[in-house]
Design a protein around this ligand. Sequence first.
Ligand code: NDP
Length: 306
Amino acid sequence: MINVLFAARPERWPLYETPLTEAFAEAGLQVHLATDIPAEMVDYIIYAPNSPLQDFTPYTRAKAVLNLWAGVEGIVNNPTLHIPLCRMVDMALTQGMVEWVTGHVLRHHLGMDAHILAQPGEWAPKAPPVAWDRKVTVLGLGELGTACAQSLARIGFDTHGWARSEKTVEGVTCHTDLSEALTGAGGVVLLLPDTPATTQIMNAGTFAKLAPGAFLLNPGRGPLIDDDALLDALNSGQLSHATLDTFRTEPLPQGHPFWHHAGITVTPHIASETRPKWSARTIADNIRRNESGAPLLHLVDRSRGY
Ligand code: NDP
């Protein structure tokens, strides 16, 4: 019997209990899944940000922590954690992000707001450029960034991407030089993790490299952006619009200037959600692998922070 502790916040338990139970059965695993198992009996810990569990010291026989989220900034630096940490990668999470990014890129590229939000009653034809005349850059070419860049490339955008390591992605010009990636971009999508190296990667200097009137999407994490520089870039017209899904403080506080700025669309961290049915399969598969001696998938490199 494998003891699996569900240590995400209690309100998530009703959403996950049945999908996890079914996924463990499908994987042929005999699992005792519960929200309260004596710490010294726990084999695996299913985790999510804001969990009440912060001290991993008593979990002496646990073999891995399986994070329900793709981002791990809430746990990666926990000094009591000395066992492998896996993050969430699953088809539904990726598909959701591809849909959100593609939809918002097309909204800004086509200038759809002008007709959907305002009908001025005057015939003022202004056609958008075709996709291949717009450079769109995705910062971060991991699981999500690569899938989004491929979607944009398939539509025809002049798609560029940036990562730490060299990449080859069909239809996408890949960079390791940030300046090359951003210079002249008419749209930028942030799909980087929140680490010391990525904090405020979008700042006055990097906004200035973009094509005037560029748009920005941030489904990554709030600290990737210097908020004051963002407001300056919007107010000067260097940016035409920012659609923000992630923020330094979530929920975004009432009265925050982002709520009221005409050039900002706020979405409440819904770009892509971990779906219980699909994430349960990822978790069951990883436990099955580890129990049969195969390496765990989606391991976080604690030294890199993602
Ligand atoms: P991955 O870990 O698969 O990819 C991260 C990418 O960022 C990699 O390509 C990596 O480069 C690159 N990167 C990291 N640090 C640097 C750096 N210092 N310089 C250049 N490139 C860097 O993550 P995912 O694609 O799965 O997820 C990305 C982020 O999306 C998550 O961390 C999370 O914050 C966010 N997210 C948001 C959601 C939402 O609903 N808003 C939902 C899910 C995720 P390399 O490949 O070379 O290592």
